[in-house]
Design a binder for this molecule. Structure first.
Ligand SMILES: O=C[C@H](O)[C@H](O)[C@H](O)COP(=O)(O)O
Length: 234
């Protein structure tokens, strides 16, 4: 296992061991780090006979829950969650996150909002002083396909930087999210000194924007696996 993969695994296992308790209703995030969290949740559920209910935040998360034999639910049957566990593309010193690098952010934000607590699991590359220092691909913004051009133009005019339509890797044309939307990656010029709240609210007010990948004021704790085998907490 490479250094980065080991770091992801360590962070995920540490978070699961610290936060997951018997009877919990869990929100399961998306991405490559969450895979290790689900692996550990399933291990503990078997070893300790934990009764857990899992609500996915993406198609990938749903598959992970099923593959690991965990109890699958949804927000209709389980609208209140004890804990959400998810990865992030970057985490700043105030626990503001960029998410959506893997195309998942809308359902993730809904699941996080339904949870009493939200814990982030990540490797050392995501540990940042200010957004944009580590993650160079911008803020992912999920948009209604018919609105992507005016949204791109409005973002660039209002906030500067570059708003790029994300193209798919193994399909011609744009990436299509689990929700049938497109993603615009907004490469901003610099982190605002007064925080991201105002920009987050303004992004959500642009017609055609479904949700953005700035997660502000919702994470309780972040675990970062380090190259030397230690875990940093914030
Ligand atoms: O779109 C994907 C999600 O927001 C992920 O949680 C995020 O990209 C981090 O993924 P990974 O753990 O693979 O770095």
């Amino acid at each position: 296992m490479s250094g980065v993969e080991a770091a992801k695994r360590l962070a995920a296992r540490t978070a699961v061991d610290a936060f997951v308790k018997n009877g919990f209703k869990l929100g399961i995030g998306s991405g490559s780090t969450v895979v290790y969290a689900v692996e550990r949740i399933a291990e503990r559920a078997r070893a300790e006979n934990l009764q857990l209910t899992c609500v996915p935040s993406s198609f990938q998360a749903r598959q992970l829950i099923i593959e690991h034999g965990l109890l699958l639910s949804d927000l209709e049957r389980t609208p209140e969650l004890d804990l959400a566990i998810d990865g992030a593309d970057e985490v700043d010193e105030k626990l503001t996150l960029i998410k959506g690098g893997g195309g998942c952010l809308l359902q993730e934000k809904i699941v996080v909002n339904a949870a009493k607590e939200f814990v982030v699991v990540a490797d050392y590359r995501k540990n940042s002083g200010a957004l944009g220092q580590q993650w160079k691909k911008g803020v992912p913004i999920e948009v209604l396909p018919l609105a992507y051009r005016p949204v791109q133009k409005e973002i660039e005019t209002r906030f500067g930087g570059t708003a790029k339509l994300r193209m798919a890797k193994a399909k011609a044309g744009p990436l299509v999210t689990d929700n049938g939307m497109f993603i615009i990656d907004w490469e901003f010029e610099e982190s605002p000194t007064d925080g991201w709240t105002k920009i987050g609210m303004e992004l959500n007010n642009i017609p055609g924007v479904v949700e953005h990948g700035l997660f502000i004021g919702c994470a309780k704790k972040a675990y970062f696996g380090n190259e030397d085998g230690t875990v940093s907490e914030r």
